[in-house]
Design a protein around this ligand. Structure first.
Ligand SMILES: [Zn+2]
Length: 284
């Protein structure tokens, strides 16, 4: 049984391919294999809810992503978030987080950020803290994006209470040295198969250092495609010429992580299934 702990099935880049993905998912993930579909802004939350209603393998997550903090949003967005959590006991908070890459490193014309107003770290922090605290108050799972911002995230995590069940650092890109403290603070870490690229040695080292009971796997589809040799599922390019990542590439996350840690794939999948249910809660 395979679980994708983090993707964006509601994204427009996957909309055309939804039937195709839904048709292959049950067979590749196995009975009970689920995916956590993360909203990024109140505008896409209805699409996430509709997917969860239509497909038993979808668990909904609702959040304001750091790339969307700079976009206009309804004044009552927090109340809407609470209502989404109240409407579905399986719903989690995500994707939320901090992103210094968009401020310091991303090219001004990066196509992934077209039309994005890059919110300051102050604005991002305010939105992150509000959502993380909401998850903690309700002990809901919460999924955190942190890109080149561990210097900002760590003091917050030390300072504000986390949900008793812990929290997920998706596509963990911090160092191996940070892992013990993050484990102590309650972190789970999801492995993205884009980290199988040869240039990602530091990421691979970090994923060797994570205790087995805190590991999860993810695709972040339609973003973060695995290196070509690991792509078992392909989708045609969209109008922008970019081929979206297929959630079926979750297979690469499991196979790659097992190889990286020198463990059997079946044993790893069993352990990750336990972790998934412990963190995200019982299946429907
Ligand atoms: Zn994501």
């Amino acid at each position: 049984m395979l679980h994708d702990a983090h993707n964006h099935l509601q994204d427009e880049a996957l909309a055309l391919h939804l039937e195709r993905i839904a048709a292959v998912w049950p067979e590749l993930a196995g009975a009970g294999g689920e995916m956590v579909v993360n909203g990024t802004h109140p505008d896409d939350w209805p699409r996430v809810a509709a997917l969860a209603a239509a497909h038993g393998f979808v668990r909904p997550a609702y959040g304001l992503h750091p790339w969307d903090v700079g976009a206009p949003r309804p004044a009552d967005w927090r109340e809407r978030l609470v209502a989404r959590l109240d409407a579905d006991p399986r719903a989690s908070v995500g994707e939320i987080g901090l992103d210094r890459w968009i401020l310091d490193s991303a090219a001004p014309d990066d196509p992934r950020l077209a039309g994005v107003r890059r919110a300051s770290m102050g604005e991002q922090t305010e939105a992150f803290v509000a959502q993380f605290a909401l998850a903690a108050a309700r002990n809901r799972p919460v999924t955190v994006h942190c890109l080149r911002a561990f210097g900002e995230l760590l003091p917050l995590l030390r300072d504000i209470p986390a949900p008793a069940r812990g929290f997920l650092l998706h596509a963990y890109g911090g160092s191996a040295e940070l892992v013990p403290e993050l484990v102590e603070l309650g972190a789970y870490f999801s492995f993205n198969p884009a980290f199988l690229d040869r240039s990602k040695g530091a990421r691979q080292e970090a994923f060797r250092a994570i205790p087995e009971e805190r590991l999860l796997c993810e695709t972040d589809a339609p973003a973060m495609p695995p290196p070509p040799a690991w792509r078992t599922h392909k989708l045609p390019p969209g109008p922008d010429g970019v081929a979206p990542n297929h959630p079926g590439n979750i297979e690469a996350a499991y196979a790659g992580l097992a190889a990286l840690r020198g463990v059997g794939e079946t044993a790893l999948a069993e352990r990750i299934a336990e972790n998934f249910i412990r963190f995200f809660g019982p299946a429907r």
